[in-house]
Design a protein around this ligand. Structure first.
Ligand code: HEC
Length: 201
């Protein structure tokens, strides 16, 4: 009975893995443990931003530098922390970026953004890449605009003052609910993955 249950769990995991990796550039193999952890970490990161942004909803007050610190800044900080803790490179990337550090950083990233833009049903996928001379797998995960984001990413003239002042080259406005806002990118170097797989064996 237990065995049958385990078999089912494995089958379900394979189906879930297949769904996440479906698509032409994707890797068909099931997700090894560390890759699954990367996927989960990004789900948590995204939920953190949505949760923080939703606290602003319904309040008429214009977001200030203080409230901003409570939304997208902590997401960037957590991304850095995840990179350090795991040996990954966790980034946010957008065509229409606010922080220039979030501009697309290679051709594959540009292709990934185009793919998300053209296919609203594609949530995420893995891509084999070489970054800074290291080979590995990069996970891309879409970021959609929610109503709560518009306080700071809506019409250009409605942006909070601190955004206008701090980001003179801002491109991250005029979004509507459901638009593609950008994506997360997690690069897992092969060396890091191999070290973790050896450690858990
Ligand atoms: C209180 C204002 C505010 C709200 C609300 C807000 N953002 Fe942001 N967002 C910012 C600022 C400011 C930055 C630039 C942060 C930095 O310097 O790294 C940013 C950056 C981002 C980035 C990184 C890419 C870039 O353009 O630099 C993404 C992705 C993003 N926001 C998505 C969202 C989403 C999705 C929501 C809603 C769930 C949201 N934001 C809500 C202010 C906000």
């Amino acid at each position: 009975m237990l065995q049958r249950f385990c078999l089912w769990s494995v089958t379900l995991l394979l189906i879930a893995g297949g769904w996440l990796t479906s698509g032409s550039a994707a890797i068909a193999a099931p997700l090894p443990a560390d890759l699954g952890r990367a996927v989960q970490a990004i789900e948590n990161l995204d939920a953190m931003r949505s949760g923080l942004a939703s606290t602003l909803e319904g309040s008429d007050a214009m977001p200030t530098g203080e409230t901003f610190k409570q939304v997208c800044k902590p997401v960037g900080m957590r991304a850095k922390q995840l990179s350090q803790e795991n040996g990954w490179q966790v980034k946010q990337i957008a065509t229409k970026y606010r922080n220039p550090a979030h501009a697309p950083d290679n051709d594959q990233a540009r292709t990934a953004l185009n793919r998300f833009e053209a296919n609203p049903d594609v949530m995420g996928f893995w891509d084999r890449e070489t970054i800074d001379g290291q080979s590995g797998l990069r996970y891309y995960r879409r970021i959609n605009v929610e109503a709560s984001c518009l306080a700071c990413h809506g019409a250009k003239g409605d942006r909070p003052d601190f955004v206008k002042a701090k980001y003179p080259d801002d491109k991250a406005f005029d979004f509507n609910v459901g638009d593609l806002r950008g994506m997360y990118a997690v690069f897992v170097p092969d060396e890091v993955k191999a070290a973790i797989e050896t450690a858990v064996q």
